[in-house]
Design a protein. Structure first.
Length: 143
C-alpha cells in the first residue's frame, strides 16, 4: 500500500490499533476539506500494530481529547515535507468539555452553561473525577 507523504500538515502516530476511527470521529476530521488518510493496523516494531492518521493541512488539534483516548499518541508537525516537531501527548491533568458528568445531581445538570471539568486523580488507573461533585468519569462519557 502506498500513501503519499504530506507537504504541510500533521501525522497522528502511535494510535493503539483499532482506535484510529474513534480519534477521526472525535476530532471531526471528516468535516475537513483536505486529504485525510487513516491507516489501520499498520505494522510497528514498538507496538506490534498501530493506527496512523495523516492530515494534509495545518490544523489545530484538541490535545486533551487525544491524551484522554490514548496517551501514547504522538503528533508530528510537517512543514515543507520535513518533520519540524514531534509532540508526545500523555494524560492531561485536567479535561474541559471532553467528557460529560453523568451524575444527575451534579450542578452541571442544572446549570448547563457550566463547563464539564474533570481532574486526573489516579494516573495509574486513568481515573478522572468531576471537580464539582467528585464523581468518577465513565468510559463512555465523551461529548
Amino acid at each position: 500500500m502506498n500513501i503519499d507523504s504530506i507537504r504541510n500538515g500533521i501525522v497522528i502516530d502511535h494510535i493503539t490499533a483499532g482506535l484510529g476511527m474513534k480519534v477521526y470521529n472525535l476530532l471531526n476530521l471528516g468535516e475537513l476539506d483536505c486529504p485525510v488518510a487513516i491507516i489501520k493496523t499498520a505494522s510497528s516494531g514498538k507496538m506490534g500494530k498501530k493506527d496512523i492518521i495523516k492530515v494534509d493541512a495545518d490544523i489545530e488539534l484538541d490535545m486533551d481529547i487525544l491524551g484522554y483516548i490514548d496517551p501514547g499518541i504522538t503528533v508530528n508537525i510537517i512543514k515543507d515535507g520535513l518533520l519540524v516537531e514531534k509532540k508526545r501527548i500523555g494524560l492531561p491533568e485536567k479535561l474541559t468539555n471532553v467528557i460529560r458528568c453523568k451524575n444527575p445531581r451534579c450542578i452541571t445538570t442544572t446549570e448547563q452553561e457550566l463547563p464539564h471539568i474533570f481532574k486526573l486523580t489516579d494516573k495509574e488507573k486513568r481515573v478522572y473525577r468531576c471537580i464539582y461533585c467528585e464523581v468518577k468519569a465513565e468510559e463512555n462519557s465523551l461529548f
